[in-house]
Design a protein around this ligand. Structure first.
Ligand code: ADP
Ligand code: MG
Length: 474
């Protein structure tokens, strides 16, 4: 319950929040806390809707939560060996990796990152594929890896919604996360890249097109075979999990050998585009309206690293316009879209100094706000905490939805997670766990185990390439 005493200068807000400000500032911040809070009833309702949407996606094509079968039958055992290449496109960088699977869940990985420029992200798909092929060529020369005698097998982590038709074929449905290359939607991304590699005489076969969530799941499963979910909490947000093939009622293919389960790339960032249950605020509406993919990826836009800083920025601007923050003054930096990186939020959340000096540094030295009072810094910290906490709680809803669907609420459940948000944002894991405990009780602390799976899209794509390769050899 909110108990705000509107004393003149200092007021204690819920959860230990404190603002040494005016009654107007305190009231405004109380409204933000309220707007970004999610109680148990709301969470429960969101989870129920999530499970419902999963059912629709398993039943038919074209559902909001697409539930895309990965075509990869089963999971690795950890005993497999071999050398495979992996490519990771779909976030902030392009990564090229060479992975040697050593068996016993062990592996060696060599990798290099390449920056994908904003021009390439929004240019022609052919140019992007040429660029990727060049990076692969440069990486192989650098690694002194010859493809003369044997064609290397590559797993391509392509983290966008695709209509997958086989292990290495997938037609792009739509771009997300700031990509918008022309000549790609409706085309097979693996085929286009394969052609670019071929043109440059790079003897590499793309044997699997892998979503980063599935990569994360398989990477961790190679080390711990009972891993249940692969989750991305980075630039974007998405989940994959192992579903019983019998439950994938839309799945008509027979070619899955003896496997009873298949990883499903949920594409759950699209959850509730209909806005039935998500607590979409005016700030979220602004983010959506100004995004490249309006009315799409509603869940992702409230929980993913790409957007959290931007939500925080929108709230700050609103407070500035109401003359409640920074004496009503903004800066050209703060006025620029995407200027407030989610990483700044981590620094602000970590700042426990009495004067909030690190927060002041970000606002004054990085965002160029002329000066900040302690109340300003306290307000920014509370705004940040509210946005971050809501994101973690909404992530928890997705995880709880999958645990409900797979009946894992009362058993051990290992969740592999990749992404800087999970890795670096203070208390993100704790906030997720708190939400799960609030809904299902303390057993969650014993049952649910989170594992950071940093090499998700590198090792994972290589593991999937290995599985695809072995499958075609059968
Ligand atoms: P990707 O998802 O692109 O593969 P990452 O997992 O590194 O890559 O996620 C990048 C996202 O994480 C960006 O949106 C960035 O703002 C955010 N991020 C990077 N560093 C941090 C940090 N220290 N705290 C919170 N978020 C961060
Ligand atoms: Mg990633």
């Amino acid at each position: 319950m909110l108990t705000v005493s509107a004393r003149e200068n200092t007021s204690t807000l819920p959860c230990g929040y404190k603002v040494d400000g005016t009654p107007g500032q305190i009231e405004a911040i109380r409204q933000v806390i309220d707007l970004f809070s999610l109680n148990k009833d709301q969470l429960t309702k969101i989870i129920a809707q999530f499970v419902d949407e999963m059912g629709k996606g398993l039943d038919h094509d074209g559902a909001t939560v697409a539930m895309i079968p990965s075509f990869v039958p089963g999971k690795p055992t950890g005993k497999e060996t071999g050398t495979y290449l992996a490519l990771d496109l779909g976030g902030t960088n392009l990564r090229v990796c060479k992975v040697v699977l050593l068996g016993d869940g062990k592996y060696d990985i060599h990798q290099r990152k390449y920056v994908v420029s904003e021009t390439l992200k929004r240019g022609k798909m052919h140019d992007l594929c040429d660029f990727i092929a060049e990076c692969v060529g440069a990486f192989l020369s650098e690694q002194h890896t010859s493809t003369d005698s044997e064609r290397l097998k590559l797993g391509f982590t392509f983290s966008f919604p695709i209509f997958q038709t086989s292990m290495n074929r997938g037609v792009l449905k739509q771009w997300t996360k700031g990509f918008a290359c022309s000549g790609a939607v409706g085309k097979d991304a693996a085929l286009m890249l394969q052609e670019a590699l071929h043109k440059k005489h790079i003897n590499v076969d793309i044997v699997a097109i892998v979503n980063d969530t599935v990569g994360t799941l398989m990477a961790h499963a190679y080390q711990e075979p009972d891993t249940m979910m692969g989750v991305i909490m980075g630039t974007g947000a998405n989940i994959s999990y192992c579903e019983k093939i019998a439950n994938i009622t839309k799945w008509k293919q027979q070619d899955h050998g003896s496997a009873e389960e298949m990883a499903i790339n949920m594409e759950c960032g699209a959850f509730d585009c209909e806005r039935r249950v998500l607590p979409v605020t005016v700030y979220d509406q602004r983010i959506d309206r100004q995004s490249l993919n309006v009315h799409e990826q509603q869940h992702e836009k409230m929980i993913a690293g790409m957007y959290l800083g931007e939500i925080t920025r929108q709230i700050m601007l609103d407070m500035i316009d109401r003359r409640l923050l920074f004496g009503g003054r903004s800066s050209s930096e703060l006025n620029r879209q995407w200027s407030f990186d989610t990483a700044y939020m981590s620094t602000i959340e970590k700042d426990t100094s009495a004067k909030l000096l690190d927060t002041g540094h970000i606002l004054e030295s990085i965002m160029n706000i002329p000066s900040t009072a302690l109340a300003d810094r306290q307000m920014v910290k509370i705004i940040t905490t509210c946005v971050g906490r809501r994101a973690a709680r909404l992530h928890a809803c997705g995880l709880a939805g999958v645990m409900t669907q797979t009946r894992k609420l009362d058993t051990a459940c290992t969740i592999a997670v990749d992404g800087s948000l999970f890795e670096f944002y203070p208390n993100f894991e704790k906030n997720i766990m708190d939400a799960l405990v609030e809904i299902y009780g303390p057993k969650m602390k014993d049952n649910v185990k989170f594992a950071l799976s940093r090499d998700g899209s590198g090792l994972g794509a290589a593991v999937v390439a290995m599985m695809a390769h072995k499958h075609t050899q059968k």
